[in-house]
Ligand binder design. Structure first.
Ligand code: GTP
Ligand code: MG
Length: 348
């Protein structure tokens, strides 16, 4: 349904759709073929090559938590920049994605908004990430969007690292907040649980280095890998219509490598990757696994959370994109025609 495709048991799915689904649910899709003897050798070789191509990739870490608990400030400190100061009203309104380098290792961070209105964005963030850093302000404690973030992470089976923030504030009570969190199954290691807790001040930078070390440690244990040699696949982080550039999408490449000129299907739109830039606006020619990039060249604006795949040929991308757009439109029409109690009575 997320992809705008309705299927039932009598309908077959195309290979590209299956690949998209496999990426979305972190499973491996295998093609079952009728094999003749001469093919076996070829397939075997291909399999070996595939394993060889699986290389370590940067972890994708999403910062989540209640509004104003200090997520963007933490990322700012990590990036040594000042994103929060430029935001409208100081509230994060979309998912920003950034990469930092620590000890030669790249880490990808996604910022999410804590405001109650952005629940769907938090759900999406939790789904495309390897780890969630849950930021809870030590003077405010567990709040509704803290609980929501925990729920999203649990639903996506994503491990959580807790960062109790604002410990520099006079009213800060990290112990009380830790206590509150145990009610949601987050129990620190020293209390016999298996969740990593770090008390920090994002503003002053206290213990942020320790938090980063914990993130790196936890990510290393996960042995995250991807194949940079395959066609790119991933998710849309945010999107907009730019007056000059046309449809613009921030995407996270999750598998494979994206190249300029790649034919691409994104949700129910398609196109060719015309330009690709990193978070600082630097033009890129290619982007490997776990890289967030902004792309242009799509025929319309996709939706945040949409999946994308790169095709070998533009005509296939166009055909798949057009088919998806048509299906999405049919679904919308069907929904409009659905009989509800209210429109039933209004037509009687
Ligand atoms: P949303 O994106 O709107 O959900 O908020 P956020 O979680 O990103 O919070 P943000 O980083 O914008 O911080 C909110 C306020 O808390 C700002 O005024 C920060 O300066 C302040 N703040 C963040 N971290 C700390 C901290 O460690 N100590 C103190 N004293 N203030 C902090
Ligand atoms: Mg923010």
């Amino acid at each position: 349904i997320d992809l705008g495709i309705m299927v039932n048991q009598n309908k077959s799915l195309g290979k590209d759709t299956i690949e998209l689904l496999a990426v979305a649910y972190h499973i491996k899709a295998k093609e079952k073929k009728q094999v003749n003897i001469s093919d076996i050798d070829k397939m075997f070789k291909k399999e070996i090559n595939n394993k060889k191509h699986l290389v370590p990739r940067p972890p994708v870490i999403t910062i989540m938590g209640h509004v104003d608990h200090g997520k963007t400030t933490l990322l700012d400190y990590l990036r040594h920049s000042h994103v929060a100061a430029h935001e409208a009203g100081g509230i994060t309104q979309d998912i920003g994605a950034y990469q930092i380098k620590e000890k030669g290792k790249t880490i990808t961070f996604l910022d999410t908004p804590g405001h109650a209105a952005f629940s769907a964005m938090r759900a999406r963030g939790a789904r495309i990430t390897d780890l969630v850093v849950l930021v809870v302000a030590a003077d405010d404690g567990v709040m509704p969007q803290t609980v929501e973030a925990i729920d999203h992470a649990k639903a996506a089976k994503t491990p959580i690292i807790v960062a109790i923030n604002k410990i520099d504030k006079p009213g800060a009570n990290p112990k009380k907040v830790t206590n509150q969190l145990t009610r949601y199954g987050l129990i620190p290691e020293k209390w016999g649980g298996n969740t990593i807790f770090v008390n920090i001040s994002a503003k002053l930078g206290t213990n942020v280095k320790e938090l980063l070390d914990m993130i790196i440690l936890k990510a290393e244990v996960m042995e995250l890998k991807a194949n940079p040699k395959q066609n790119a696949a991933g998710s849309v982080i945010e999107s907009k219509l730019d007056k000059g550039k046309g449809p613009v999408a921030s995407v996270l490449v999750q598998e494979g490598t994206m190249h300029i000129e790649d034919p691409i299907v994104v949700g129910d739109t398609f196109g060719r990757v015309r330009t690709m830039t990193n978070e600082n606006g630097k033009p890129l020619k290619s982007a490997g696994p776990s890289t967030p990039v902004e792309i242009t060249g799509l025929s319309s604006v996709p939706e945040a959370g949409d999946r994308f795949v790169v095709f070998d040929h533009e005509k296939d991308a166009r055909a798949a994109g057009e088919q998806r757009a048509e299906q999405a439109q049919m679904e919308r029409r069907k929904q409009d025609n659905t009989v509800t109690l209210s429109n039933l009575f209004s037509t009687m």
